[in-house]
Design a protein around this ligand. Structure first.
Ligand code: NDP
Length: 472
C-alpha cells in the first residue's frame, strides 16, 4: 500500500485568544472563575475560558429577557435578514471555523470543512427562510414565540448543535442563552463574534461557558421558558425531572444504539462504505452512529472480510491533516469510557479486532475496532459506547433483524441495505427509530426532521417540525 504525504491545514488560519469571557448582552464579560480547553490531539492548552457562575447565568437570562420584547416584535422578514447575514458570515469564515472546530474537538478537518460547516450555514439559511412564513408552518395562523430558550449542547458537533438550536429559536422570535460543552467551547465563542459582526441586537444570543452545573442552573432558571438539550440519556433524565411541572417546554435529543441492517442482496462494497461511515465518522461520537451492525448470516463472512480490508486503509491521526479519516477522541474521560466498555466486550466473550495502526504518543486516541460474536445480552450491544467501536450481530430472517434492531432502550436511527425497494419500505415501517436511512447512512439536511423514540428523547430538530419546539 502506498503512503500518503502529510497534507496539513495551517492552524494559523484561525486566531485563538489566550482567554475568553462570557458573551452576555452583546459583549464579552468576565466570569468568576476560568477553565482550560485543550486540543485533544496534543493535550496542548488552547485557551482559558470563563466559568459561568449562577449570577452570570442570571445576567445572561435577564439580557435575553430584555431582548425578547423587541426581537419578537420585529417583522419576520427583518429577523430573517439577521439570520441570512449570520449564514453568509459563517460561509465567509468557514475555513477559520473548521480549523477551530478540529483543534478544539479533535475531528478530522475534512469532516469539519466538508460536513459540519456547510450544514451549519445551511441551517441558518433554511430557518432564515421560515422567519416570515411562520403563519404557514402548520401551527395556526399566528404562532407566537415562547420567550427565552435555555439551550445546552454536547461536544461531538459543537457548532452544528449550536446551529440546530439557535437558528429555529431566532427564526421563531425567541431569544437564547446557550451553554456549549466544557471540552468544546471555542466555536460557540467564535459564533458570538459572528453575531456581533452581523449586528444582531444585544441579548438576542448569549453564550455562557462552564461545566455541568452551569447547564443545570440554566435549565432550572425560573425565567427560562423553553429548554433544549442534546447529550446523554442520564443527564436528559435529570433535566426532564427538574423541568416537570414548571410549565417550561422541553425537547431532548439523547443517546442511541442504531442498528445498521445489511441484507444478503445488498451491494457489499457500498454497504461496507456505509458501515464505515456509520461508525467511524466523527470517531463514532455520533448519537445516531450505526454502532450495531446486523448482517444476514449467509453473507457475514465475505462482508466482514471486506470490512476489515477497508478498515485497514483508514488513516488515524492529526485532525488537521486533510488525509485523516479518524481524528482524536474528544477527552480523556471519553477515551476511558470507550476503553472500559471495549474491555468489557472482550471479557464477556466477544472477539475484538482492529487493523494494525500506530497511534500518536500524545493526545487521546482509539483505533477503529470491531467486535464479532456479539450477542444481544452483551453490554457492547446494549450501551452507547460513543466511540469508533462496532458490535457485529447476525440474523437469518427479516423478522429476526427487525426484532433485534428494536431490542434496545433507544430509538434514534437505523440503516437498511438491500436491493429491494419493497423490503426497504416494509422494514423501515417496523423499525422503532426516528430516522431510517436506506442504502446510505449519516445523511443530514436542514429540511429533514431529526429525533428519537424511547430513551433517545422527544421532540424533533430540523425541518418544519423543528419550529414547533419554539412556537406556542
Ligand atoms: P452530558 O450529557 O453530560 O453533556 C451534555 C451537555 O450537558 C454538556 O454541555 C454538559 O456540560 C451539560 N450538562 C452536564 N450535566 C448537566 C446537568 N445536570 N444539567 C444541565 N446540563 C448538564 O454528556 P457527557 O459529555 O458527559 O458525555 C457522557 C456520555 O453521554 C458520552 O459518553 C456519550 O455516551 C453520551 N453523549 C451522547 C450524546 C448524544 O448526542 N447522544 C452527546 C454527548 C454525550 P459539560 O460538558 O460541561 O459537562
Amino acid at each position: 500500500m502506498f503512503e500518503y504525504a502529510p497534507a496539513p491545514e495551517s492552524r494559523s488560519i484561525v486566531a485563538i485568544e489566550p482567554t475568553y469571557g462570557l458573551f452576555i448582552d452583546g459583549s464579552f464579560v468576565e466570569g468568576k472563575g476560568t477553565f482550560k480547553t485543550v486540543n485533544p490531539a496534543s493535550e496542548e492548552v488552547l485557551a482559558e475560558v470563563a466559568m459561568a457562575a449562577p449570577e452570570d447565568v442570571d445576567r445572561a437570562v435577564a439580557a435575553a429577557r430584555r431582548a425578547f420584547g423587541p426581537w419578537s416584535a420585529l417583522p419576520g422578514a427583518e429577523r430573517a435578514k439577521y439570520l441570512f447575514r449570520i449564514a453568509r458570515i459563517i460561509q465567509e469564515r468557514s475555513r477559520e471555523l473548521a480549523v477551530l472546530e478540529s483543534l478544539d474537538n479533535g475531528k478530522p478537518i475534512k469532516e469539519s470543512r466538508d460536513v459540519d460547516l456547510p450544514l451549519v450555514a445551511a441551517h441558518f439559511f433554511y430557518y432564515a427562510g421560515w422567519a416570515d412564513k411562520l403563519a404557514y408552518a402548520g401551527f395556526g395562523p399566528d404562532p407566537k414565540p415562547l420567550g427565552v430558550a435555555g439551550q445546552v449542547i454536547p461536544w461531538n458537533f459543537p457548532l452544528l448543535m449550536l446551529a440546530w438550536k439557535i437558528a429555529p429559536a431566532l427564526a421563531a422570535g425567541n431569544t437564547v442563552v446557550l451553554k456549549p460543552a466544557e471540552t468544546t467551547p471555542l466555536s460557540a465563542l467564535f459564533f458570538a463574534d459572528v453575531c456581533r459582526q452581523a449586528d444582531l441586537p444585544a441579548g438576542v444570543v448569549n453564550i455562557i461557558t462552564g461545566a455541568g452545573d452551569t447547564g443545570r442552573y440554566l435549565v432550572e432558571h425560573p425565567e427560562v421558558d423553553k429548554v433544549a438539550f442534546t447529550g446523554s440519556t442520564e443527564v436528559g433524565r435529570q433535566i426532564a425531572r427538574s423541568v416537570a411541572g414548571t410549565g417550561k417546554r422541553l425537547t431532548l435529543e439523547l443517546g442511541g444504539k442504531a442498528a445498521n441492517i445489511v441484507f444478503d442482496d445488498a451491494p457489499i462494497d457500498q454497504a461496507v462504505e456505509g458501515i464505515v461511515n456509520g461508525i467511524f465518522f466523527n470517531q463514532g461520537h455520533v448519537c445516531c452512529a450505526g454502532s450495531r451492525l446486523l448482517v444476514q448470516e449467509s453473507i457475514a463472512e465475505p462482508l466482514l472480510d471486506s470490512l476489515k480490508r477497508r478498515m485497514a486503509t483508514l488513516r488515524v491521526g492529526d485532525p488537521l491533516d486533510k488525509n485523516t479519516d479518524i481524528g482524536a477522541i474528544n477527552s480523556r474521560a471519553q477515551l476511558e469510557k470507550i476503553t472500559e466498555l471495549s474491555e468489557i466486550g472482550s471479557s464477556e466473550g466477544a472477539e475484538r479486532w482492529s487493523p494494525p495502526c500506530s497511534l500518536p504518543d500524545r493526545g487521546f486516541w482509539f483505533a477503529p475496532t470491531i467486535f464479532t460474536g456479539v450477542t444481544q445480552a452483551h453490554r457492547i450491544a446494549r450501551e452507547e459506547i460513543f466511540g469508533p467501536v462496532l458490535s457485529v450481530l447476525t440474523f437469518r430472517t427479516p423478522d429476526e433483524a427487525i426484532e433485534k434492531a428494536n431490542n434496545t432502550p433507544y430509538g434514534l436511527s437505523a440503516g437498511i441495505w438491500t436491493e429491494k425497494g419493497s423490503r426497504i419500505l416494509a422494514v423501515a415501517d417496523k423499525l422503532r427509530a426516528g430516522v431510517v436511512w436506506a442504502n446510505t447512512f449519516n445523511k443530514f439536511d436542514p429540511t429533514s426532521p431529526f429525533g428519537g423514540y424511547k430513551e433517545s428523547g422527544y421532540g424533533r430538530e430540523g425541518g418544519r417540525h423543528g419550529l414547533e419546539a419554539y412556537l406556542a
